[in-house]
Design a protein around this ligand. Sequence first.
Ligand code: BGC
Length: 738
Amino acid sequence: MPREHWTLEEFPFHPERLLHLETLMTLGNGYLATRGSFEEGYAGSMPTTMVHGIFDHAPGMLVPELVNAPNWLPIHITVDGTPFQLVNPNDVSLTPKEGALLGYRRVLHLKQGVLRRECLFRAESGSIVRLVFERFPSLHDVHVLAQRVQIIAVDGEPEIVVEAFIEQQVTNAGVNHWTAVQSGSENQVVSVQMKTGQSGYSLGMASQLVSQTPVEIVMDSAQQRPVMRTSFKLNREESAELVKLSAIYTSRDVEHPLNAAVAKVYEAVATGYAKLLHDHQAEWFKYWDSSDIVIEGDETSQFALRFVMYHILIAAPRHDDDVSIGAKTLSGLGYKGHVFWDTELFILPPLTLTQPALARNLLMYRYHRLAGARNKAKANGFEGAMYPWESTDTGEETTPQWSDVQPDGSRIRIWTGDSEQHICTDIAYAILQYWRWTGDDAFLQQHGAEMVLDTAVFWGSRVEWKAEHNRYEISQQIGPDEYHENIDNSVFTNRMVVWHLGAALKLLDRLKAHAPADADRLTRALDLNPARLAKWNDIIAKMYIPFDEAERRHIQFPGFFDMEFIPVPHYQPRTASVQAILGHARSIQTQVIKQADVVMLMALLGDELAPHDVLVNNWNTYYPRTDHGSSLSPAMHAWVAAMLGLNEEAYDEFEHAAAIDLQDNKGNVRDGIHGAASGGVIQAVLFGFCGLKIDDAGQLTATPRLPAHWKSVSFTVYYRGRRRHFTVRNPVVETPLA
Ligand code: BGC
């Protein structure tokens, strides 16, 4: 598919890949995103627009979810009475029942955030038209949604009828979140106002169709919605242009979303499509100016890298620090829009380095949810802040306790919300990484430190003292490897807690030296008394870190090597996880690992974790046991393999990670982009292949370990407020800014 480095093209039409492409071709602007569904619709399509922060808990559902907003896309066209449709509504694998598709090309322009589709269509009458659709949700003014259709009569003199409307009957795969739906029209603008049932968010959407021919508004009484309709005749080679401009607001933005949406549509119509497009593109160029990473010598990787960065950029909230990015970004219903560690450890670092203001927004989302984290700690009998494994708008734990109903009618208990507690250190890690890169002292002092310290307070109360062993332990955990649940002493968790408490103590010392008022305030508010700090030091000294002295390697958790060994590589080729092949019950009794766990620890702590020989032993132990059952895994392996100089494995895993969404090798891209895998791919390049890091002296350094066929990698990062441009090749050269 990637024909150029900046465009994702579909040519010819691939009806069998509609839902995969619908996800890949998602457009967004950090406020909302809309999947690449067609204006005319098709059976099985999942037209989805999700606005950050609009969650709702529908009756009968286990947990809240991000709500599918009204669909702003519909534009239905008939040519001499033949409805323009690419897919037979009764069978997605067939071409249209009436009329014929003679030519097709769809292009997602990553550089400008625009989706274009050209179709050559023959009506039953024999008339042939070329239809060119273009659309974008504005990055310049995130409430504006713009569409344009050009209709060119190639043969015949067709009668054209165009109907445009807002689809208000929308659900999340059948689950309805909207009540009190009201639609209307006034002065050429149609609008809809809706409210979510449980959470009570209001949403207003308005739309106007602009045509050179008169537009009338007719009522579709069956659907109870107003439709904007225009008709005209084209002579051969004559063309017409229609523009549909829509706007959206919610009660998170303004008090009266409907009024705001209507006013915004008038404003957009007055501005005109050309200027809206120009301003939108100009904003995108600004994004790419800092976020583009250029690879010389590998076109496929070049495209893949831009593709993943595009998907992170469209999901990253720009003007809102009270929302965050869910595991599937805003591009699909998977994981219900919930926010996991995926955001802090996978998606955030590329933003910290290239768009620090956006990274700060995402960290502030966690700051605003400290109350929820404190509630969770308290409810579980602990002190401090214990962040939820899955988070939504409220900040409360929203991991479902039970799975959906399985084929045999049973439900499986989900333990991650109880036991995957490493999320607390993950957030602290992201905050301190952001601070080290940006030098944003104001953020650290006013917001970041409180989160790092109060999650440290949590760990101080969470660890268990085992007098018989003279050590601290942590029982009942799930590490990154979720195949092994409720284990004691996950090496990932225990070691990261040691890192966390050490970082918290250093942070407090720094505050005392440079921001004594903040140090005082936090010491009082979080009760950072001497006994508590002494305990943190004691935990650092006496935490149990499972380690095999004879083999000089970390042990994922005690007992791990007593389980059955399964040679995971022997199961190739496969599309299913080894867990799925062996079955859940058996695989949990084996050494099969879902995803980078000890390897993740190596990525996060590098040389600080252990001497080189231990890191190599860890790799040799855990790599062949990992089945990459999670999309988060391959990119972390690419990074660590590069770090260890294992060039072949590094490139293999990088390719694997980069293909997850583009090739849909897990078969679930219809549910949304794998946001963490996307961020991981970028980290594999920057931290793995380019060896980018801040050394102990605070200098930014790069250690090239590029794949053999890559000539160079060039990128821009912000380091302590300064833009730094790197071209990494052998040897590394820092080039001056143009
Ligand atoms: C992974 C988790 C991840 C979650 C959401 C799970 O399959 O094991 O690490 O946070 O998916 O992406």
